[in-house]
Design a protein. Structure first.
Length: 403
């Protein structure tokens, strides 16, 4: 399947100019692009909005079962993307059919039972604690000191972890998601933490997500539930942290938001929605596997080929976005949460939105004259084709006392 004109899915342009890169890929290759993953492993990147809708909407032809992959014999044991493309991993990500539907119901039910007022209170408390730690200085990096610390603290509390476990979970999660040399160690720490939490909750249930998953009449093993908790934490933390960072960057650098930045709350919601269209935290996701030979976007896809979901590329498809400069308003037809039966569950989307919006609002409330601390063009992104977020977001403000 390897194409001589395949595009490496990596490199600095995903960091510096992904929108232009996706346009060039679409121009040169069409809606389905031959790409190479780390180590020269071939795959397809689906950039077309209609094609991505087709792939995510047909779980039989385009399966989530990674065992179908025709490249496993070429994958080394220390491949850095293994935490993102699991082999025989017993998590909800790779479960298909009726068993996936039962599993998705267990996860959704456990998250649906989260009290929205309690969620907001946890998010405000942790956000205030983080702002207290930096508000008296007059300058801060809102990524390292705030956005990267907030979602996992809230989620860990909802899951049932004691607050002191939060920092270690943050480090392990970031190591795993970065897909580099510490990825497998981070994955191991997370799984051990989840297993310990479940063992504790089996002895002493509580009103938390882990206890509700254990109590669900589902027939899933403790290992499967631990894997699902890992998936939920990883999928809930980093994209939400990047949603906070990318939205704050937009509000601090775009003149359209300057006038209403400290006015009504509508500007926060607008910024957050625009980010999901234009600067989505989850840019590309692996993936789906073709269950048989087929055609997609004019390409011949072979059985077992990996299709990477190009969520951001599809969001900017000119076939559906005829005026890319327009504010997206209340249009939620983006792919930021994927689509189909393997999309992000709706209760999880709501939890992420509450955490992100609360995080942004607390910053604006507590640091009312906040301004960017460096020229906007000097802001850098993490070097990843998968998740798009800032490396740093330096800001300055008038020092204020902690609460």
């Amino acid at each position: 399947m390897t194409s001589p004109d395949a595009v490496p899915l990596g490199g600095p342009r995903f960091q510096t100019e992904p929108a232009r890169l996706y346009r060039e890929m679409r121009r040169d290759h069409g809606a389905v692009v031959p790409v190479l993953l780390d180590g020269g492993i071939p795959a397809w990147l689906v950039l077309g909005y209609r094609e991505l809708h087709q792939v995510t909407g047909d779980p039989v032809l385009f399966s989530r079962d990674s065992d179908l992959w025709n490249q496993w014999e070429n994958i080394p044991e220390d491949w850095p993307l293994l935490p993102m493309i699991g082999h025989k991993q017993p998590s909800i990500l790779y479960t298909v059919g009726e068993r996936h539907r039962h599993r998705a119901a267990m996860v959704s039910d456990a998250l649906e039972a989260v009290d929205p007022f309690e969620l907001r209170a946890h998010a405000e408390r942790f956000a205030d604690e983080l702002i207290d730690a930096l508000c008296g200085v007059g300058e801060a990096d809102l990524i390292a000191q705030y956005a990267m610390l907030l979602p996992v603290r809230v989620l860990a509390r909802l899951f049932g972890f004691p607050d002191e476990d939060g920092p270690g979970l943050v480090t392990a999660l970031n190591d795993m998601i970065d897909g580099r040399e510490r990825a497998l160690a981070g994955q191991s720490h997370l799984f051990t933490s989840m297993a310990q939490l479940l063992a504790s909750r089996k002895k002493e249930p509580a009103d938390d997500v882990a206890s509700r998953m254990l109590a669900h009449d589902n027939g899933f093993s403790d290992e499967e539930i631990a894997q699902d908790l890992m998936v939920m934490l990883a999928a809930g933390h980093q994209p939400t942290a990047d949603w906070i960072g990318n939205s704050l960057r937009l509000m601090l650098t775009d003149d359209r938001f300057a006038a209403s930045l400290f006015g009504g709350r509508h500007s926060v919601a607008e910024a957050m929605n625009e980010v999901l269209w234009e600067d989505a935290p989850s840019q590309n996701i692996a993936g789906r596997w073709a269950a048989r030979d087929t055609h997609l976007g004019g390409r011949r896809v072979q059985a077992g080929d990996l299709l990477v979901l190009g969520l951001q590329g599809a969001n900017s498809d000119p076939q559906v976005r005829t005026d890319a400069s327009a504010l997206t308003g209340g249009n939620n037809a983006h792919f930021a949460f994927s689509h189909g039966e393997h999309r992000c569950p709706f209760p999880a989307q709501e939890i992420a939105e509450v955490i992100a919006r609360t995080g942004i609002e607390v910053v604006l409330d507590r640091l009312p004259d906040i301004d960017l601390g460096v020229p906007a063009e000097s802001l850098e992104r993490r070097p990843s084709p998968w998740l798009r977020g800032l490396s740093r977001l330096p800001v300055r403000f008038t020092p204020v006392p902690a609460r």
